[in-house]
Design a protein around this ligand. Structure first.
Ligand code: AMP
Length: 355
């Protein structure tokens, strides 16, 4: 028996009744519902207002039922309905962001994965403490503009989609920088971005062993980011700034990628260290997480961010990826979560995968 994340009382009804897989209708919900249905689960879509019409176009991913509420932040009022339906909530970026990480963490409804991780992910200071404590290479942090010794990126706290980011070629470019709120200055790592989709199973006893379970690599993507990805076509930064055009990193979509095979040992090592440290810090991370990093020309992998739940980049792979195909056929991240819930029910270990 591994770490118990959920109380016995929370999971008891789910042993007797088949659970309903529920999530907020956005982000990666199509894939979550599709994967749950493949494993025979009933699905419930939580919608703010009327359910989005696009589900009508995707019969294999349409939830069996909807819970329409006026606004997502009112979800705590609907807890008894969710529990009556034996719901297991699946967190994703928009669900946690729009409800708020604290409100999400406080819901008295079973959640897939360890909800304690949300506090570590949503706070950039705690995230750095975790990742650096794991021995993972991150972009350097500069305390002052004077410390900068190369290209740098200034990130305001809570900047959505990198909209408040400032890019600087060197410290001289930041001489006139007058902050308008709390911020961090980081080394701007020059290289190629990769978003690595891992799944950690505390139940598995085979495969790539980490801690009490094992680590699976199910896919990789790169995010399309407007307007930075195409900005180079317009020429030099100074001229752009003079023209009033500031770079932004608003995610508009995702593309599948694979990594040089010789880099796989490095990314598995990073994934394993992050999981091992999470076990020491807060009882472990369970299920999907995404390591977001940049590979330099020296083939060094710098991690600038971690997402501790399913990421939208997995939507590229509803029926397998270059990596998931080598684990099992037809395996999406959504389906993988449903499989973990089934295994946990069979082995009477739901408390280790739910919180
Ligand atoms: P974040 O909000 O930290 O996920 O960053 C948004 C985007 O900014 C990333 O997807 C990258 O394109 C870029 N970015 C963030 N930090 C760095 C960094 N230290 N070096 C280079 N690019 C970065």
């Amino acid at each position: 028996m591994g770490v118990a994340l959920a109380s016995a009382a929370l999971v008891a009804p789910l042993k007797r009744h088949p659970p309903t897989i529920a999530t907020y209708c956005s982000h990666s919900s199509l894939q979550i519902f599709h994967g749950a249905r493949q494993e025979g689960y009933r699905t419930l879509g939580i919608a703010a207002g009327k359910p989005p019409r696009y589900y009508e176009a995707f019969p294999l991913a349409r939830p069996d039922a909807f819970l329409s509420i006026p606004k997502l932040d009112q979800l705590p009022k609907y807890v008894s309905r969710l529990n009556r339906e034996h719901a297991i909530l699946v967190p994703h970026g928009s669900f946690v962001e729009y409800l708020g990480p604290e409100r999400f963490a406080a819901l008295p409804v079973p959640v897939f994965g360890n909800r304690a991780v949300l506090a570590w992910e949503s706070d950039r200071e705690k995230e750095r403490e975790w990742l650096e404590g794991a021995g993972v290479q991150m972009p350097r942090r500069y305390e002052t503009v004077d410390d900068i010794d190369g290209p740098a990126i200034v990130k305001y706290y809570g900047a959505k989609g990198g909209k408040g980011f400032i890019l600087a070629k060197n410290k001289e470019a930041l001489r006139d920088f007058r902050p308008t709120g709390p911020f961090v200055i980081q080394q701007y790592v020059l290289g190629t971005r990769y978003y690595i989709h891992f799944f950690y199973s505390p139940l598995s006893r085979d495969g790539y062993r980490v801690g009490p379970g094992s680590l699976e690599l199910l896919g990789m993507d790169r995010r399309d980011e407007a307007n930075i990805d195409e900005l180079y076509k317009l020429g030099a930064q100074e001229e752009l700034l003079a023209a009033g055009i500031r770079p932004t990193f608003v995610v508009t979509g995702n593309v599948p990628v694979v990594l040089r095979e010789s880099l796989l040992p490095q990314v598995f090592d990073i994934g394993a260290r992050i999981v091992e440290r999470s076990i020491e810090l807060f009882g472990g991370m369970v299920g999907p997480f995404c390591v977001e990093g940049i590979v330099t020309e020296e083939l060094k992998f710098y991690v600038f961010e971690i997402s501790t739940r399913i990421v939208a980049g997995t939507n590229v792979f509803p029926s397998g990826s270059s990596y998931a195909d080598l684990v099992a056929p037809n395996l999406s991240m959504g389906r993988r979560m449903a499989i973990e819930i089934s295994r946990a029910r069979e082995q009477d270990r739901l408390r280790e995968v739910l919180s």
